[in-house]
Design a protein around this ligand. Structure first.
Ligand SMILES: [Zn+2]
Length: 257
């Protein structure tokens, strides 16, 4: 194992939600962006972060991580990406939920503090977190929405791409950026759905879920083009963080930022 990877793994506390949120607050302050709590749930603030340009300019990126608490790599990748690029992206419209489920993140559980799968609650207007999240987004529209996740039985990285029928395909292009770190899934069916080159592509959301995922609500109201990326959570944490970071940088390039 190379020295950089070993140092990362020795020092990393994957589920230290307080350290994650502290680093976010500090990074946001240093970059001159804004943050606010969407809600405080069971003692945990759920942060919302936006660039100075986020409210003035339509389009731009919506990014989120940490919906499932047992999927830590995307949240750390999003933080690393932010620490590296945010200062330069002040004039670009970027809206971020860094860790949707800090209670689950700290407890290493998929579910939230209510014992629910948050990613099946996004249709609910009475939900203590989804309701303020929807109020915060208001009528904002994004060019792209990226929801970052992990999957414990995946054998590579893959993505769900939800976009209008004739929209350009971006999922495979973004996965190409992370292939050198974690090659993508090449099975023709992933999670029971037809996949091509690691992409499960749809122009309408699936109807067989018991509630709405974040990507579905984004697609309906805020970002017609959403991409949900999944890294294999049994793989090395270092590589999973790097894979998500490379995907975020591919999205940044797509925006010409
Ligand atoms: Zn997930």
């Amino acid at each position: 194992m190379d020295a950089a990877r070993l140092a990362f793994l020795k020092s990393h506390r994957a589920h230290d939600a307080r350290a994650l949120l502290r680093r976010w607050q500090s990074a946001v302050r240093q970059a001159g962006w804004q943050h606010r709590p969407l809600a405080v749930l069971n003692g945990w603030p759920v942060m919302a972060v936006e660039s100075p340009a986020a409210r003035q300019s339509p389009g731009g990126l919506y990014l989120s991580a940490g919906v499932h608490g047992d999927e830590p790599a995307p949240a750390w990748a999003l933080l690393e990406w932010f620490e590296t690029h945010a200062r330069r992206l002040r004039d670009c419209p970027v809206t971020i939920v860094p860790c949707f489920n800090p209670h689950g993140f700290a407890a290493n559980t998929r579910t939230d503090y209510l014992g629910e799968d948050l990613n099946r609650q996004f249709h609910r207007i009475d939900h203590p977190l989804i309701s303020p999240w929807r109020d915060w987004l208001g009528t904002r529209q994004f060019a792209l929405g990226l929801c970052l996740h992990e999957d414990y039985d995946a054998r590579g990285t893959y993505c769900y791409e939800l976009s209008r029928r004739h929209a350009p395909h971006l999922g495979a292009q973004f996965l190409a950026a992370s292939d050198p770190v974690i090659p993508r899934e090449n099975r023709p069916r992933i999670e029971g759905r037809r996949a091509v080159d690691g992409v499960i592509r749809r122009s309408t959301p699936p109807r067989d879920l018991p509630g709405h995922a974040e990507a579905m609500t984004l697609h309906f109201h805020h970002a017609p083009h959403t991409l949900t990326f999944e890294t294999p959570s049994e793989f090395c944490l270092h590589d999973r963080v790097q894979a998500h970071r490379l995907i975020l940088e591919a999205a940044q390039r797509e925006m010409n930022w």
